[in-house]
Design a protein around this ligand. Structure first.
Ligand code: UDX
Length: 443
């Protein structure tokens, strides 16, 4: 098929490239000329493992091109994918301004029957609004199909090429079967439903995963008080197929471009129909508090943080991405600074993005996982990049004022820390605490 993908953010770029890889002719469109120039020069605006190679291969095969000319791309396509951003408005609601504008331009550019797939995450009822905009702008027939996107940053290519499932929301049999066939090479787990349910599936899925994370974080907090190990609890719970083992890693809470935005949006969607989504509000509160929890732990174990040097391993909201949107590191580092600490920070790829979001004269930006700890009173692990798990802890400890590690992601095993003589504090594993306040004199 010939397709135009409008929006070259995470979802648009990865979907466009993956459809090209299946043999379709794909034109990726964005208003941002700088971004399109970059892509045409073979550069990828986001850090995503595997993406560069697949973009290059498909450009060379002439199945993939980038343009700012939406009207031309739509005119040459049978199918249009809308994948523009729906950022949060100050009240948490999704901002539909970009998608409404894109729909208007697509409608004006139509020259024949088209299928318009909506991949942006949009509140229930938005596909119908898009249909109304298209009808006003176009004299040609079309169908609107909702195909929400479930890819994760850091494994976006694999998630798109081998998804767990594809959800298709449609009210036309013909369009549903064309879109089903389009996705058939990716998986046989294709779930076809009505448009409003498809829109809701996306929010409900993200809200449920966020709930699992806040749930296990609260269990971790209780484990700390009752002397249980949350990693063992999660492993035991996960053996129940009704619960499943994933998204039960306790830590410093979820961040990223989706969970924080989509949980707030769903609370707002519910509020708009006079439903108070109490459970999800608590999920959001627990997530916020889990970040402060780390600071509280540091204070209870090393005392007043003012004048202390805290080394930070990891800034990205999770490994394998340079994305710091809503990253726990932003709040935790700002809080450390607020309490008078000096922060030394290192991330393999996310430092530039972090500095654009937040910078401060009391933050020393470091080039590697070793030098960042020089002279530190404590090391705090915020993102579980593999290089941290593999670090030479003996060498790390020698460079610090005292070998103290706050592990916000439960990366380390007990034996490893004992060998390295580290004092250690993690999340929900109280038996691993090798601390006493008295053992930490102010240097
Ligand atoms: C998420 C959804 O997984 C994806 O389906 C959707 O399309 C977009 O949102 P993403 O934000 O890329 O994807 O990352 P994900 O791997 O889901 O992690 C989100 C956050 O949750 C990260 O900050 C991660 O550290 C945290 N997390 C995840 C936990 O704290 N514990 C877990 O067990 C899993």
């Amino acid at each position: 098929m010939r397709m135009a993908v409008v929006g070259t953010g995470y979802v648009g770029l990865v979907s466009g490239v993956c459809f090209a890889n299946l043999g379709h002719a794909v034109l990726c469109v964005d208003k941002d000329r700088e971004k399109i120039d970059m892509l045409n020069a073979g550069e990828i605006p986001i850090y995503e493992p595997g993406l560069q190679a697949i973009v290059q291969a498909n450009r060379e095969a002439e199945r993939l091109a980038f343009t700012t000319d939406l009207a031309d791309a739509v005119g040459r396509s049978d199918l249009v994918i809308l994948a523009v951003g729906t950022p949060s408005l100050p009240n948490g609601e999704a901002d539909l301004g970009y998608i409404a504008q894109a729909a208007l331009e697509v409608g004006e550019a139509m020259n024949d029957y088209k299928i318009v797939i909506v991949k942006s995450t949009v509140p229930v009822g938005t596909n119908e609004k898009i249909r109304a905009i298209l009808s006003r702008a176009s004299a040609y027939p079309f169908d609107v199909v909702s195909v929400p996107e479930f890819l994760r940053e850091g494994s976006a290519v694999q998630d798109t090429l081998q998804p767990d499932r594809i959800v298709i929301g449609a009210d036309s049999h013909e369009a549903a079967s064309i879109v089903t066939e389009l996705h058939r090479p990716l998986t046989d787990q294709i779930f076809v439903t009505d448009i409003r349910s498809a829109e809701m599936i996306k929010y409900a899925s993200n809200a449920f995963l966020a709930t699992k994370i806040s749930f296990i974080n609260e269990i971790a907090n209780i484990c700390e008080k009752v002397g249980a190990d949350v990693t063992q609890v999660a492993a035991g719970m996960g053996r129940d197929r009704r619960i499943g083992p994933s998204f039960l890693s306790a830590g410093i809470g979820y961040g990223g471009s989706c969970f924080p935005k989509d949980t707030q949006a769903l609370i707002q969607i519910a509020g708009n129909v006079d439903y108070d989504f109490k459970l999800l509000k608590s999920v959001v509160d627990v997530n916020r508090d889990q970040r402060n929890n780390v600071i509280r732990k540091m204070e209870s174990f090393i005392g007043d943080l003012s004048g202390r040097t805290i080394a930070v391993w990891g800034l990205a909201f999770k490994p394998n991405t340079d994305d710091v949107r809503e990253a726990p590191s932003l709040d935790i580092i700002a809080e450390l600074i607020q309490r008078g600490a000096i922060v030394r920070a290192y991330d393999p790829v996310a430092t530039d993005n972090f500095r654009k979001a937040y910078d401060h004269p009391k933050i020393v930006w470091c080039a590697d996982a070793l030098t960042v700890v020089d002279g530190a009173d404590a090391l705090c692990l915020l993102t579980e990049w593999p290089e941290f798990a593999e670090a030479d802890l003996e060498r790390i400890g020698e460079r610090m004022k005292q070998a103290v590690l706050f592990d916000g992601r439960n990366v380390f095993r007990k034996e490893r820390l004992e060998e390295a003589h580290f004092r250690y504090y993690s999340i929900g594993r109280p038996h691993l605490n090798r601390f006493s306040a008295a053992s930490l004199p102010r240097a």
